[in-house]
Design a binder for this molecule. Structure first.
Ligand SMILES: *Cc1c(COP(=O)(O)O)cnc(C)c1O
Length: 233
């Protein structure tokens, strides 16, 4: 088997194993293969092994790959920071957007969404650890943003997304993910119908599945280590 094939089957085995260990329904955790910085050929290879959901962070790079892979039936997830002036292109080229954290961007995504594509699925990015360097909304701001997004005609608010600070210990990883789950439940009590928790990467997959992740975003364990990218486009 190729490295990619081996990585992919290990990730899928781990997901199934953790679903079982933590009493999650089989198949309830969707894998998003994070292909940022990797060539279109790597996506094609993963596609041939059955993957259909891919996550990209850098808009220009993603659009180039999408052009190259036109014809493949891929569900594209934008998981990078969205610059307001790039919102139109994001809305036109993706099925899901994970990092919505301000109403200005949400409005632009909604306005730009081409009618023939149907609603754009969005997640609100949380920042529960007060990291100034990171995007995301604090716990006490989520409810207001969710309400505003719900009023936008061309977006469907589907859930929450989280990138926690790196942490080695399972228990500490779980504590942060548990907060995201609690917040989603609170929003649903306020009348939202959120089902998705996008959390869990190569280093914290187990903790995320234990706490209810429905989408895990895995890059390194599938495609191998990335070269450091000089600047995000
Ligand atoms: C790069 C990235 C991932 C994948 O991280 P790995 O540690 O390589 O699995 C997941 N989510 C986001 C938002 C990323 O930027």
């Amino acid at each position: 088997m190729t490295d990619l094939g081996a990585g992919l089957s290990e990730v899928k085995n781990n997901i199934a194993h953790f679903e079982q260990r933590y009493g999650r329904d089989p198949g309830s955790v969707k894998l998003i293969a994070v292909s940022k910085t990797k060539p279109a050929s790597a996506i094609r290879a993963a596609y041939e092994l059955g993957e259909r959901r891919f996550g990209e962070n850098y808009l220009q790079e993603a659009i180039e790959k999408q052009t190259e892979l036109a014809g493949l039936v891929i569900e594209w997830h934008f998981i990078g920071h969205i610059q307001s002036r790039k919102a139109r292109l994001v809305s036109e080229n993706f099925n899901w957007v994970h990092c919505v954290d301000r109403i200005k961007v949400a409005r632009k995504l909604s306005v730009a969404r081409p009618a023939e594509l149907g609603v754009l699925n969005v997640l609100i990015q949380l920042n529960l650890q007060g990291e100034e360097s990171k995007s995301g909304v604090a716990a006490d701001e989520v409810s207001a943003l969710a309400k505003e997004i719900k009023a936008l005609p061309n977006l469907a608010l589907r859930g929450l997304m989280l990138i926690p600070e790196p942490e080695e210990k399972l228990g500490k990883q779980r504590a942060v993910f548990a907060q995201a789950k609690t917040l989603m439940q609170a929003l649903n009590r306020q009348g939202h119908d959120l089902t998705e928790l996008s959390m869990g990467m190569t280093g914290d997959l187990e903790a995320a599945i234990a706490e209810g992740a429905t989408m895990v975003r895995i890059g390194t364990a599938i495609f191998g280590a990335r070269e450091v990218k000089a600047a995000a486009i």
